[in-house]
Design a protein around this ligand. Structure first.
Ligand SMILES: Cc1ncc(COP(=O)(O)O)c(C=O)c1O
Length: 371
């Protein structure tokens, strides 16, 4: 029985050639591919600047520092995200303040976020979860009213577009993308921060490289920094992946449509929200919400037995044991997030998934659910 994996990157001759060229050049890091990848990526999302970093998490950390988040500050964010978006806030000694999500888009709800703003709030950090654009125009109104910067977690949202036509990552706020192997574009590990402000780019470029200014001597460092650099090998991979991005995004969108048709008859199963109000999702994962009363762990196990990989995705951050202990969270604080987190399941989803594999996933899911 052939296993249907959860995710699989598209890598071919162009990636092989690009990586071999770097190996032959001998410039494995701090070489010319970094700036090239940044330029191409910035153009892709319509941003003035981009800084390549070693991961999405590193990008979030540097972006939060770049907008001035520090010790004792609060950052309002979504509890329905990958843990990295909240962890990055803690790295700076700041506190993630969660607010509940919209039940349709699963993104941080702007009204709830506004209600969570206090005197200590230093930034807003919406997440474009599962590639669906967060309502940035609404967050921009909240930010303006309270004079707060926004950092966007766009790690899952390459290819997404807001209803006003601006690509996610192109609004000017620091927006952070991730290039882990399951993402729309991968460099194995890696990330990118896009932004409008040249001073922010300068700071991020310095802090990703141990606090060294671009024109400084090798051992002179004028601020605290990190090693969050992305290698030239990874950047070469990224450049090659950018060339096939439109094709990969198109295939992901087509696979999502096929899933929608194949699963539409399954009673009680909630599918990812279709594009609405002019927003366009950048397809990353296909996450369904299981019908009420279904045992999710048992569903995952039964699907695995039938050769179908699946995964609970995502747990509520505030209920993770570390967050309960550190910040004193408990059940019932963010009911929409908790309900969704308890029943959401990611199905196999990647550009090259075949019609036959999708039909098989749908068939097996129907059997397992007894539909
Ligand atoms: C929403 C979200 N934020 C942050 C990250 C962190 O990215 P990385 O794994 O590249 O550090 C991810 C990626 O997994 C993510 O999905």
């Amino acid at each position: 029985m052939e296993e249907v994996p959860l995710a699989r990157p598209v890598l071919g001759e162009q990636e092989e050639r690009a990586v071999i060229e770097v190996l032959r050049s001998g410039r494995l890091s701090l070489g010319p591919r970094v700036a090239r990848f940044e330029e191409l990526f910035a153009a892709q999302v319509g941003a003035a600047h981009a800084s390549a970093v070693s991961s999405g998490t590193a990008g979030l950390h540097l972006a939060l520092r770049a907008v001035g988040v520090g010790e004792g500050d609060e950052v309002v964010t979504s509890p329905f995200s990958f843990v990295a978006s909240a962890n990055a806030i803690l790295y700076e000694g700041a506190r993630p303040v969660f607010a509940d999500i919209d039940p349709v888009t699963l993104n941080l709800e702007p009204g709830a976020a506004a209600a969570a703003v206090t005197d200590r709030t230093r930034a807003l950090l919406p997440v474009h979860i599962f590639g669906y654009p967060a309502d940035l125009p609404a967050f921009e109104r909240v930010a303006e009213q309270h004079q707060l910067p926004i950092v966007e977690d766009a790690c899952e949202a390459l290819g997404a577009r807001h209803h006003d036509g601006v690509a996610v990552g192109g609004r000017g706020h620091p927006a952070v993308f991730g290039f882990y192997a399951n993402k729309q574009l991968t460099t194995g590990e890696g990330g990118m921060v896009t932004m409008a402000d040249g001073a922010q780019k300068e700071r991020i470029d310095s802090e990703r490289n141990q606090g060294r200014a671009p024109n400084m001597d090798w051992l002179d460092h004028d601020r605290l920094g990190f090693n969050y650099r992305l290698s030239d090998i990874a950047c070469a991979l990224g450049i090659a992946q950018l060339e096939r991005l439109a094709d990969m995004l198109g295939k992901r969108a087509a696979a999502a449509e096929r899933y929608r048709e194949a699963l539409s008859g399954l009673d009680g199963l909630e599918l990812p929200c279709p594009d609405h109000d002019g927003n366009t999702r950048g397809w990353f994962v296909f996450v369904v919400q299981l019908p009420a009363g279904v045992d999710r762990d048992e569903t995952v196990r039964a699907l695995a037995e039938r050769g179908i990989q699946s995964k609970p995705y995502l747990p509520a951050i505030h209920l993770l044991s570390f967050y309960r202990e550190r910040l004193g969270h408990r059940e019932g604080q963010f009911p929409v997030c908790e309900r969704v987190a308890a029943c959401s399941l990611a199905l196999p989803f990647f550009p090259e998934i075949t019609e036959g594999q999708i039909a098989r996933v749908a068939r097996e899911l129907a059997t397992v659910l007894g539909r």
